[in-house]
Design a protein. Structure first.
Length: 147
């Protein structure tokens, strides 16, 4: 086949080897915080989180090595819909659902304030190493019919 018609892989764009979802880069400290100790060696220098909920892959690297949901220390959202949306403060989907049912934002608003505080440790408490605020807001607006 003529090379002019072969698409080269995009540099720096990693896709999950199981579901082809676009991976989110995560730091080594995040990966170490979530995988069982027996899987710590050898850890890759660079890893990615697979955000696709049905996919069993949590982390993967450019050599297509994977860490599955069975290899992590606790259930995580979005892989497990019953796990807390917020790893730092424990806000759950049920909490957001209760806010929506009550017509308020008490729990969500409290979480948003805490997420900005020094008490938030997203890098080691969130499976993707990022703040949960976007996921919480997305879930809230989805329930309210906004998404």
């Amino acid at each position: 086949m003529n090379k002019a018609f072969v698409r080269e892989p995009e540099q720096g764009i990693e896709r999950c080897p199981r579901c082809d979802a676009l991976g989110e880069p995560v730091g080594l400290d995040t990966v170490r915080a979530f995988i069982r100790p027996e899987f710590h060696e050898p850890l890759p220098d660079a890893a990615h989180f697979c955000p696709y909920p049905p996919c069993p892959v949590v982390y993967f690297d450019m050599f297509e090595r994977v860490v599955l949901t069975s290899d992590i220390i606790r259930p995580v959202y979005p892989k497990d819909q019953t796990a807390p949306l917020c790893g730092c403060f424990g806000l759950t989907c049920e909490d957001v659902e209760d806010d929506v049912a009550e017509g308020g934002v008490t729990r969500v608003k409290a979480l948003l304030a805490k997420a900005k505080s020094a008490e938030a440790h997203c890098r080691t408490q969130s499976v993707n190493g990022k703040s949960c605020v976007e996921d919480v807001q997305r879930y809230f607006f989805k329930l309210r019919g906004g998404i």
